[in-house]
Design a protein around this ligand. Structure first.
Ligand SMILES: NC(=O)C1=CN([C@@H]2O[C@H](COP(=O)(O)OP(=O)(O)OC[C@H]3O[C@@H](n4cnc5c(N)ncnc54)[C@H](OP(=O)(O)O)[C@@H]3O)[C@@H](O)[C@H]2O)C=CC1
Ligand SMILES: O=C1OC[C@@H](O)[C@H](O)[C@H]1O
Length: 357
């Protein structure tokens, strides 16, 4: 993975060095694809007074017009290419299907538009590298629309785990593991086998549709240069040829060979581990609903981005000292309960406890 993907920590939300969106110059958006996610995006832009959607394009004029009417958009195009010639557009949001990322991304950049490409950014590494190179060459902004990383809960989780840009340390100590899952029964919303979810030619399959979320979760909390080993196993649908689910194991190499000093306030932190090294275990799929959480494990505790992990609003943190109290109480209670049942059994003249072989 390239150095450029080594993202810096998000600044605090009130960082005075970052321009507030309301003080930025207005941006004029054009939307490609008038489907579900573009609808959500158009709704969201209504909350930003300095953003306006000036045009939308669909493969058919009727659908573009219907979308434009619904969202109060001035211009509708029944053809993507035509919209890209519109000089009134600064930036294009691409919300159509995966298979067209490279060709549409390229067209947008060649038309001198900044681009926000929905996830997944591309179907192949080569496509991603090509688009990044083109954007750089033309000095245009290009980004994957991976919205999860911008949720306040996720930004806050990153600051808590990785520390702040002001040098404050993370609250979990040394991160050694990320666990993340996103599985749901896709045929509830997208009928099998007709939906693009199950169409290989259109870029269907769980790896491209839901895989980006747990993979992004691992990269958010191991912000080095990416994993040095990835192992994947999963199920492929013999009828359609798309992948239906997968389990992924990643290992991340150390980002420094300097052993951190043991923290004296935490005498149990006695297993040496180089910074940045660790593993991720991830699952994603179309076959049934999993918990949809991300848990980051560190030497001093763990943090969970609670369900729904791809658009979260809640975090929980369990620090080592607190966890010990909880475990101790439960252990004592278990002993007490066992003792009470044993006394009752003896009083009743029984030789063994009920339910205990
Ligand atoms: N960030 C997020 O939370 C989410 C992201 N996504 C991503 O957004 C993208 C679109 O998903 P979603 O909105 O659910 O999809 P839709 O099923 O709503 O389709 C989106 C658009 O794709 C085009 N399209 C549909 N079928 C075909 C076809 N057979 N051939 C060519 N183009 C077709 C249509 O464009 P047109 O209108 O021009 O006809 C349609 O409007 C995907 O990349 C998905 O991964 C999806 C959901 C959430
Ligand atoms: O990106 C996505 O996240 C939410 C899911 O419901 C959707 O199908 C998928 O494309």
């Amino acid at each position: 993975m390239s150095e450029e993907l080594n993202t810096p920590l998000p600044p605090p939300l009130d960082d005075p060095t970052v321009a507030h969106p309301l003080e930025c110059p207005p941006l004029r958006w054009g939307l490609i694809g008038c489907g579900r996610v573009s609808h959500d995006f158009a709704q969201a832009l209504k909350h930003i007074p300095t953003a306006s959607v000036v045009a939308c394009a669909a493969r058919e004029m009727d659908r573009a017009q219907e979308f434009a009417t619904k969202h109060g958009i001035a211009k509708a195009y029944g053809n993507y290419d035509e919209m890209l010639q519109d000089p009134a557009i600064d930036v294009v949001y691409v919300g159509n299907l995966h298979a067209f990322r490279r060709s549409i991304g390229e067209k947008c950049l060649l038309a001198n538009k900044h681009v926000l490409l929905e996830k997944p950014f591309a179907c192949k590494l080569d496509d991603a590298e090509y688009l990044c190179g083109l954007a750089k060459e033309r000095n245009l902004f290009l980004m994957e629309g991976m919205w999860t990383r911008f949720f306040p809960a996720v930004e806050q989780a990153r600051r808590l785990v990785l520390g702040g840009s002001d040098g404050t340390k993370g609250v979990l100590g040394e991160v050694s593991m990320v666990q993340s899952d996103f599985n749901f029964n896709a045929s509830d919303s997208d009928p099998y086998p007709t939906s693009f979810f199950y169409n290989r030619k259109l870029g269907g399959g769980a790896s491209l549709l839901v895989g980006p979320y747990p993979i992004a979760a691992a990269l958010l909390f191991f912000p080095g240069n990416g994993p040095d080993l990835v192992k994947v196993t999963g199920l492929v649908d013999p009828q359609t040829g798309v992948d239906l689910q997968a389990a992924v194991a990643m290992s991340f190499p150390a980002t420094s060979d300097i052993q951190p000093a043991l923290d004296e306030s935490n005498t149990e932190e006695n297993t040496p581990k180089l910074p940045g090294a660790g593993v991720a275990t991830l699952t994603y799929g179309f076959l049934g609903e999993s918990e949809e959480k991300t848990t980051v494990v560190g030497s001093k505790g763990r943090l969970t981005i609670e369900t729904p992990g791809h658009c979260p609003t809640k975090l929980s943190i369990l620090r080592k000292s607190f966890r010990r109290v909880v475990i101790f109480t439960r252990t004592v209670l278990a002993f007490a309960m066992k003792r009470r049942r044993l006394h009752v059994a003896l009083h009743l003249g029984k030789q063994k406890l009920r339910n205990v072989p």
